[in-house]
Design a protein around this ligand. Structure first.
Ligand code: CU
Length: 154
């Protein structure tokens, strides 16, 4: 069987296989060395479509983030430094992006899907969440903020 494959095709197959192995290795290396949390998909449940911030304990939070044209809810998330936050993300309409600046987070908000990732915020500051998938006319205004170690304004 291998004899009927052209030499050039064999070369392409070998190179493709090596690249695939390199990509898989890179992902596993990043997961181990940089403690990168790989996003996961959860079974859809309407409970995730209600935007909210849930405090589990002093430094553990859950954010039920909902993207829709053209905003994220909740739009301001106040947490203390050292917090670990589980983000559960979904969309109410079209596909949106979910990128947290200064964090290695890049997810998609998809209608009927729940994506989850965990992020640790060890430094105080304001982390912008932006949409990086073109989703319509107001796309450029679509943002939210994670505000670490600043008091909520009254
Ligand atoms: Cu967008």
């Amino acid at each position: 069987m291998l004899n009927i494959i052209d030499k050039a095709e064999k070369r392409v197959l070998v190179i493709t296989g090596l690249l695939l192995a390199l990509f898989v290795f890179s992902i596993l290396y990043a997961k181990g060395k940089y403690k990168t949390d790989l996003p996961e998909c959860l079974p859809y449940d309407k409970a995730y479509t209600e935007p909210k911030l849930v405090k589990l304990d002093e430094h553990t939070y859950q954010v039920f983030a909902v993207a829709q044209m053209w905003s994220f809810q909740p739009s301001e998330i106040y947490i203390p430094v050292g917090s670990e936050v589980d983000f559960f993300l979904t969309s109410k309409d079209v596909v949106h992006g979910f990128n947290i600046t200064e964090k290695n987070i890049n997810m998609m908000a998809i209608y009927g899907n729940i994506n989850k990732t965990t992020v640790r915020f060890d430094k105080p500051g304001v982390y912008d969440i932006i949409c990086h998938e073109y989703c319509g006319l107001g796309h450029q205004n679509m943002k939210a903020q994670v505000i670490v170690n600043f008091p909520r304004p009254k």
